[in-house]
Design a protein around this ligand. Structure first.
Ligand SMILES: [Zn+2]
Length: 301
């Protein structure tokens, strides 16, 4: 058994997962505990909440390790995070593995802890039990407040020279809008829920993506969504040309919009070079929020 944790800005979800050590039987979630991330998100409170949840899940089970999906960039050694954008500055360069292991020891739990970027975990999860089972080359885009990305190439998670590969949300699609990351003209500024919601509200439309999507037949809503879909299409075409994946999986809150897959397929095709046009295969995540839990558990030592 392993424990996978999805640490978000608002929610903290942990799952006990079986079948990952090559033992007979299917990989599956045995039990999940979902709670809120402590408000203020200070290190001591979050570590204590994670350790308490892990200890509760591990009780009475043979658990070999813990993996944590973190919402930010992680260092090449997969121990320290570089920056968690929605967490206090005290988290910068924190050795999460060490800190959480220490907290666990205080509760009588001796378990190794590994960390990975949350969108990377999402991609690994889809490869283990989701849309990409049996595939060696695929990309996940998690569409929500921002856009996360995870790339599996040649059967391995692409991490890059500095540990930061796969930041698909920061593909340059044009425009002058400053991105929260410090760059300009990134996909996330136009295609993520936050950017879309701002444009919608300026046009007097609902900022909520689900409500806006429901109005997509109306000209005003359609023009706002057009910019969102175009930025996503440019991003998907770019990753296809660079990485030649078998599929691109769309996950995250926005992925549940009915007909999104078909719209993206239609919008992406014109941007692709001829050999890629027939290969384009956009899918919607099969596991949803569970993907990151499976992925996190898979990196546990
Ligand atoms: Zn950016």
């Amino acid at each position: 058994m392993r424990i996978g944790i999805d640490l978000g800005g608002h929610t903290l979800i942990a799952a006990l997962i079986s079948g990952m050590e090559g033992t007979p039987g299917r990989v599956g979630i045995e039990r999940t505990i979902a709670g809120n991330t402590p408000s203020g998100r200070c290190i001591a409170d979050v570590m204590s909440a994670m350790a308490g949840t892990i200890a509760e899940l591990a009780r009475g089970h043979d658990v070999s390790g813990v993996g944590v999906a973190v919402p930010g960039m992680v260092d090449v050694d997969r121990r320290h995070n570089r920056r968690l954008p929605n967490f206090p500055i005290e988290w910068d360069d924190l050795d999460i593995s060490e800190t959480l292991s220490r907290e666990l020891k205080l509760r009588g739990c001796q378990l190794p802890v590994a960390i990975e970027n949350d969108a990377n975990c999402y991609a690994l999860g889809e490869g283990i039990a989701g849309e990409a089972v049996g595939m060696s080359d695929f990309i996940v885009l998690t569409m929500g407040t921002g856009i996360g990305g995870g790339i599996v190439a040649g059967g391995r998670l692409l991490t890059g020279a500095h540990g930061m590969a796969g930041e698909v949300g920061h593909v340059v699609v044009g425009g002058e809008k400053p991105c929260g990351c410090g760059g300009v003209g990134h996909a996330e500024t136009l295609a993520a829920a936050d950017g879309t919601s701002k444009r919608a509200e300026m046009a007097g439309l609902p900022g909520d993506f689900k409500e806006l999507w429901a109005k997509r037949g109306e000209p005003l809503a359609s023009s706002v969504l057009d910019e969102t879909l175009d930025a996503m299409a440019r991003t998907i075409a770019t990753v296809y040309h660079v990485l030649d994946p078998e599929i691109v999986i769309i996950g995250g809150g926005m992925s549940r919009a009915p007909g999104l897959r078909e719209s993206l397929h239609e919008r992406t095709t014109p941007y692709l070079s001829r050999p890629f046009k027939n290969m384009l295969d956009v899918r919607i995540s099969k596991l949803g929020n569970d993907a990151a839990l499976y992925g996190a558990a898979s990196i546990a030592l």
